[in-house]
Design a protein around this ligand. Sequence first.
Ligand code: FNR
Length: 361
Amino acid sequence: MEDLVNVNQFQELAKQTLPKMYYDFIKGGAEDEFSLRENIEAFQRIMIHPRILVDVRNINMSTTLLGHAMSTPILVAPTSMHKLAHPEGEVATARAAAACNILMALSCSASCTLEEVASSCDAVRFYQLYVYRRRDVTEGIVKRAESNGYKAIVLTVDTPRLGKREADIKNKMIVPKIPNFELVPVDIDSKTQEKGSGVEAFAYETLDSSLNWKDIEWLKSITHLPILIKGVLTAEDARKAVEAGVSGIVVSNHGARQLDHSPAPISVLEEIVCAVSKAVPVLVDGGIRRGTDVFKALALGADAVMIGRPVIFGLAAHGEKGVRKVIEMLKNELELTMALAGCPCVKDITRNHVKTLGDRR
Ligand code: FNR
């Protein structure tokens, strides 16, 4: 691992380590993967305009989110089934996040139970929720998250059905049988899974595609935890979310795994930040691979960012140590970017530090 110099290199290692079906599942996006490419390329159209002659001997990346202290404005995004990547699964990821003093959002489709993750380390954790057709099952999960000390619910709303992930269809990706697998409120028979993507079949059978704005009220009625809404891509929906009483917004296109040709989250971040006008924190994810990407997101008004695939690739490559290394690399790069841009503290990073180029294509 000492030879690795950036988080992109973990992807190549993960490719060498993982069975093709699992690597493709983690790496892939929906349909033509236009948005997957765009998530990365949109960052390349934003330039950082540094300020000179600022005393940057001490760089302070620390910040808070919903009152929780973090060493840096970076969170682990909720991603499913970490045991596909490493036998220790989400427990290893959570320990790495705790060691780096950053927040993790545990996926509702985790391959360790939320209790196992809660007892594995002391870190502050959020819980990502999918609303299942079985509302009783959903409610039970929320109660367990509450009683196990999760500090917020991250409600993912961009998945009424699963996006068309063609690699998974070709590979006949199945939801594997993993002991303690949190996922399964209904049993999908293996024949359904064999027809194409089993993950898609699973989502189709279980997720509640009737979910709508009124259900935020329902969710608020069953939990006292703050609710962040994940999957917002328009200013209009951001305003509705604030009106509905959520405590935070995650600008996200689900790592380009849902609606292909949805915009890169970084390219709609600013209009959403303006619409929210500081009523609640705004987070963004999708395509963040460098400290400079984190800096750009903060300059465009994000309170924090979330990281998806690099964490899983780190886990696949070197387990807990790999995840730690990924987080540390991003933290170190952000610290260096802040120094070179003349921003000693997170609050010193402003809109004036970035300029967006016109679309060059
Ligand atoms: C995800 N994502 C996701 N989101 C969510 O709300 N619940 C989930 O269970 C999952 N599962 C999942 C699995 C895998 C393999 C990936 C790659 C992604 C989306 C995730 O939270 C996040 O939005 C993206 O991963 C961010 O993009 P990057 O950082 O992967 O480019």
